[in-house]
Design a protein around this ligand. Structure first.
Ligand code: F6P
Length: 245
C-alpha cells in the first residue's frame, strides 16, 4: 500500500511528523503564504495531542439568574455561593495529582466569585470569556424584551445564531472573539478550568465536541454542572458532573 504514496517535497505544504508522540513531533512548513494558510500554520504550531483535561462550568447561580434577567454583573445567590464551594472541593480532589493547572474566568464578578473558594492555582481573567453582550436588552427579562421590543424578540427567535442585539453581540460575534481562547486552550499542556457563561460555553463546548454551528445557540448548558473534556490522541472524551440537585 505504501507504494502508492509519494513524499511531498515541492510547492506549498505543511508536514506533521510523529505529532502523536507529543514532545518528539515535528512540523515542517514550506512556502506557505497568505492570511488563511498562515492562520492554519499558527493553529497547528500551537496545538498538540498530549492528554489533559479541560473543565468547563458556568458560574454559580447569580441574582439575575434568579430573576430571569439577561446580562448584567450581579453577585451570586445563596445557591450560587454553595456551588462555588462545592466546585472548589471538586477541583481540589480532581486536580490533586496535577503539578500545575490554571483557572480561567471572565471579567464579570459572578465568575470571579465562583472561582474565589478555589485555592492553590493561578487565576486568569479573560474579557473574551464574558457573556454575550445583550446590548440594549441588558438587564431585561425575556418577557420584557417580547413586550417592549417585539421585533427584536421575533428576529432573535427566527435566527438566534446570526441575530445581533442592538449595540450588542450575536452568537457569531461570540464565536469569533473566542478564537484566541481556543488557540490558548489547544496550546496548554496542564489542565484548565474555565468558569464562564451560558452562551460562551455553548460555543466553546461545541468546538471541542465538534457540534454543528446551527446547534450552538440552543444547546443545553445547565448551571451547577461541570463538563470535563479529556483531550488526547484518540480524540475528545467527555464526562459530566452535576454538583447540586
Ligand atoms: O440567562 C443567563 C444568560 O447567561 C444571560 O446573561 C445571557 O444573555 C443568556 O444566558 C444567553 O442565553 P440565550 O442566548 O439562550 O439567551
Amino acid at each position: 500500500m505504501k507504494r502508492v504514496y509519494e513524499p511531498v517535497q515541492e510547492g506549498s505544504y505543511i508536514k506533521m511528523i510523529d505529532m502523536v508522540k507529543g514532545e518528539g513531533g515535528q512540523l515542517q512548513v514550506n512556502n506557505i503564504s497568505g492570511y488563511l494558510p498562515g492562520r492554519i500554520v499558527f493553529f497547528l504550531v500551537n496545538s498538540h495531542l498530549a492528554p489533559r483535561p479541560i473543565l468547563l462550568t458556568r458560574h454559580g447561580e447569580s441574582l439575575h439568574n434568579v430573576r430571569g434577567r439577561v446580562g448584567g454583573d450581579t453577585v451570586l445567590s445563596e445557591d450560587g455561593e454553595l456551588y462555588s464551594k462545592k466546585l472548589a472541593n471538586f477541583i481540589e480532589k480532581r486536580l490533586k495529582n496535577e503539578k500545575t493547572a490554571t483557572i480561567w474566568t471572565s471579567t464579570l464578578q459572578r465568575t470571579i466569585l465562583t472561582a474565589t473558594p478555589i485555592v492553590g492555582f493561578p487565576k486568569i481573567q479573560w474579557r473574551a470569556l464574558d457573556e454575550i453582550n445583550s446590548g440594549v436588552c441588558d438587564g431585561m427579562t425575556y418577557e420584557e424584551i417580547k413586550k417592549i421590543m417585539p421585533e427584536e424578540y421575533e428576529s432573535r427567535k427566527k435566527d438566534k445564531l446570526r441575530y445581533r442585539y442592538p449595540r450588542g453581540e450575536s452568537y457569531l460575534d461570540v464565536i469569533q472573539r473566542l478564537e484566541p481562547v481556543i488557540i490558548e486552550l489547544e496550546r496548554q499542556r496542564a489542565p484548565v478550568v474555565v468558569i464562564s457563561h451560558q452562551a460562551v460555553l455553548r460555543a466553546l463546548y461545541s468546538y471541542f465536541a465538534d457540534r454543528p454551528l446551527r446547534e450552538v445557540p440552543d444547546m443545553e448548558m445547565p448551571l451547577h454542572t461541570i463538563i470535563e473534556i479529556q483531550m488526547g490522541v484518540t480524540g475528545v472524551e467527555e464526562k459530566r458532573y452535576k454538583l447540586m440537585d
